[in-house]
Design a protein around this ligand. Sequence first.
Ligand code: RAM
Length: 909
Amino acid sequence: MQKLVLLCLIFFNFFAGALGQTQVNSLLCENRINPTGIDVSQPLLSWQLSGNRRNIHQSAYELRVGTSSKSLSQGKGLVWNSGKVSADQSVHVPYGGNPLSSGKKYYWQVRVWDDKGQASGWSPVAEWQMGLLQPGDWKASWIEPGFIQDSVSRPSPLFRKTFQASKKIQSATAYITARGMYEARINGQRVGDALLTPGWTSYRTRLQYQQYDVSNLLRQGANAIGVTLGVGWYSGHLVWENSKNHYGARTALLFQLNIQYTDGTEEVISSDNSWKSSTGSILYSEIYHGETIDARKEKEGWSDPGYDDHTWSGVQLSGDNNKSNLIATINEPVKRHEPFKPIKIFTTPAGEKVMDFGQNLVGWVQVRIRGNAGDSIVLQHAEVLDKNGNFYTENLRLARQKNTYIFKGNGTELFEPHFTFQGFRYVKVTGFNGEISPDNFTAYALYSDMPATGEFSCSNQLINQLQHNIQWGQRGNFLDVPTDCPQRDERLGWTADAQAFSRTAAYNRQVNNFFAKWLKDVAADQRADGSVPFVVPNVLGPSDMGSAGWADAATIVPWNMYLAYADRRLLEQQYPSMKAWVEYIRGKSQQDLWNSGFHFGDWLFYHPDDDLDGRAAVTDKYLITQCYYAHSTQLLINAAQVLGKTADVAEYTALLQRIKAAFMKEYVTPSGRLVSSTQTAYVLALNFDMLPEDLREQAALRLVENVKSYNNHLTTGFLGTPYLCHVLSRFGHLDVAYTLLLQESYPSWLYPVKMGATTIWERWDGQKPDHTFENASMNSFNHYAYGAIGDWMYRVITGIDTKEDAPGYRQIIIRPRPGGSLTQASGTLQTYYGQIKSSWQLQNGQFILDVEVPANTTATVYVPVKNGGTVMENGKAVSELKDIKLLNNDKDQALFEIGSGKYHFTTAL
Ligand code: RAM
């Protein structure tokens, strides 16, 4: 019967497609596919339209939500039927039905009417499950091991509970979190595939729990739960100098299992003083330092019901039973992704056995090997080899990145760590006498499971490698929080790095929920006076805050997310935090000038060792602070406009004028020269519109002159770099922007690529041309900040952008700008509406542009032309085509508007 229904559905969809009928699919709830653990009262629902004609728009929709998928089609037991709503909105439509209940699953469908008034069929059924909405829904208590724990090496405790499920099970949901990290099992099987849970948040106010449908793991009769804890971010070593216990010294578990029986009754099994505890094979586990596993200490079958636990200790109820900070998890958890095999195993000049995985990645190595009981194999991890080809770990500072596995000696054993991760390309193997081969090792990349959305490629292979490096920088540093680096004793949520990269990040992957979660931590860790920490979650001191370009993450990231995803609710939630930050600066300013306090400035700008001719590009720090003061104020105004806060718009617009006037007075000569004659100074002043219109052109020329004076090299640091090429292309110097992008010698984006980089480096010269390294105290080879050029590659080279007043790609801009020596470039972006594509090539004097626009959006396309030449679409002049609206065709450019569909444009160039 089920098969028949499926077949009918397939046929129906096929014929509907063939008939040109609009279809609805790709349903998302809170930006995720069939999520569990929703704790908002009005989840946001999105869907995509598709069909094979052009210009498809939605004119109306109908949503229905019920408590079973059956009830939907029968229209019975619905908790919401929106009725036919005349609206074109297909993204972030708030649920508007009856109140939603804790832990309940809801099923939903949508159908739409297109621009011709034609109804689609109902979409496939999607679902979501609510989290625990009320504090009282938590029956579980926080528990800690019942034995005295070794406070130095802190072996991972095991927790165990057995119970009888007396009746037939309908469904079961587990809600789990920890102070520390946890890995849970039911009847010997791992619960879910999320890693490093519960993730990292500002634990004191926000601790995520994860929710799992475990119906399939349970059985009628005897069941067992087993949970292992690690110290994780909660009490593990964090920040430099081996400090630890940032949130507390005692790891603890909170576990609740809600079972629904087929007879309608419910049973709750939760962590309480009936549980047992012991230790197992994990002797030591620290994020920075790695894990030690002694397989001989493994308690075989310890999470099965039949295991004999009479030697185990009991547990103790935690002295701190607080549950008020518990929140559902909104972002995608960390998961295991790409596997890598060693591409080479070799002996270094120093005589060490080293494996090369070919990619600097973040994750761990799984080992499958035989050894004698009590023998061990030790893996140490490094990003690079030194000048002589030796294994180099100095830049890891105190982070040991070392996993030790001790064999139990009963055949092939499989090892991998649990509560740590390593940043590496090379792995040194010691302590093992047997032969090793690539078959014994697999490295897995771990990162937050954000859907991949963007792809960029072009005719220059070095730029393609740069794009690869940007993507891998993002993978490695989007591990539940956006970190600066993933390998040394740092790995913190540095705010400048995050803001600088956030827009690029939103091209490469769907980072909406990832940043929405982090921004809540930004707000949570914001000081009462509005200052924003250097790192979030804040594990530095209470006064490590308020640096320009760092703290502005509080305004920049929400705005960038709004542009990319148009989730107004996120702006609304962050608005108080945005405003508090601007107000903090206002409080620190005198005569509208913010020139006090500590600031990192244009971090890691061009600063050669042989600074004999004064070439270092030092930008006045307070010139920078003033630019960010203006920028944050501007973004606050933008947000206030979107949210209809007219009084704020008026107030901050007036303030912004004064900020800019103060800037002019303090930092700009009457003829428009800035007091710091650096690229970053001009870039920030121009990008944030600090100068009046009539001074901008000359300022851009000074920037160009500056670039030329460095023989066509950039000299910018963390703050200037993201906007450098944008400013150049915006002010008519596209050629200079391309020259910088394609520059291969230091400092440039391609210099590391030429040096064999597979990720973005922290410093332009992390490894010098003679293969010696920059200072080991700060020299990460996986640091995404300079990867912010990715945004320019998508937005200018392939020209894919969103209109700011129709964000989230509701109204798309396709404005490819060929240049440099590129003969071809191609970009795709998966948006909430569907795929956008812009792919161009220059061929025999022709500019060929293939464009794809998703349904329910429009795109304004800019095509470069020669001498006012015409643009053809599939062989016909654009001006003659009904479904293309020509807006303008001047000497250099043709401009038109299109709706959804695929287009093939050509013009002579
Ligand atoms: C270092 C890192 C980080 C930067 C701070 C100021 O720890 O380079 O990326 O933001 O310094």
